[in-house]
Design a protein around this ligand. Structure first.
Ligand code: 5GP
Length: 140
């Protein structure tokens, strides 16, 4: 654990200073139930080494997080009798990130639930080409 890391609510969970329903843990990651679930079984996967989000995390801890996501996703789905799940993550306050410690949401979904996730917009061919070109140029 990084001693200089910001003292986020998730750091407190990692250090067992506040309660959480921890469902999985290994040397690099921890997974626990979201305290305000979008759907039943909503689980968060968090790296123990602090990173704020995708923009500052190193590849190794991110890989560890995704390994844990892959490991526990079937259990999260099956434990609540769901048929699928969202793997979602917010990066930056503009994207809805409230807790400034990288986390992946696993949100179980049932075939006929009422949960509505993405609004969809029209994308013109010209806009798609311009946006894709800009992204490719930024990737370099
Ligand atoms: P974000 O909006 O940052 O992507 O998601 C943060 C998530 O953390 C939210 O879904 C919120 O319910 C959850 N959360 C915030 N504080 C706590 C807490 O103290 N314990 C747990 N288990 N979850 C929390």
């Amino acid at each position: 654990m990084n001693d200089t890391a910001p003292d986020t609510i998730f750091m407190k969970i990692i250090r067992r200073e506040i309660p959480a329903e921890i469902v999985y843990e290994d040397d690099e990651t921890i997974a626990f139930l979201d305290s305000n679930p979008a759907t039943k079984g909503h689980t968060l996967v968090v790296p123990k080494e602090f990173s704020e989000n995708i923009f500052d995390i190193d590849e190794e801890p991110l890989t560890a997080v995704m390994r844990t996501v892959k490991k526990i996703a079937p259990a999260v789905r099956d434990a609540v009798g769901a048929h699928g799940l969202h793997i979602n993550s917010n990066h930056g306050s503009a994207a809805g990130q409230v807790v400034p410690h990288l986390h992946i949401h696993l949100i179980p979904r049932h075939s006929r639930d009422e949960f509505n996730f993405w609004p969809q917009q029209h994308l013109s061919t010209a806009d798609a080409a311009a946006i894709a070109t800009a992204i490719r140029e930024k990737i370099g």
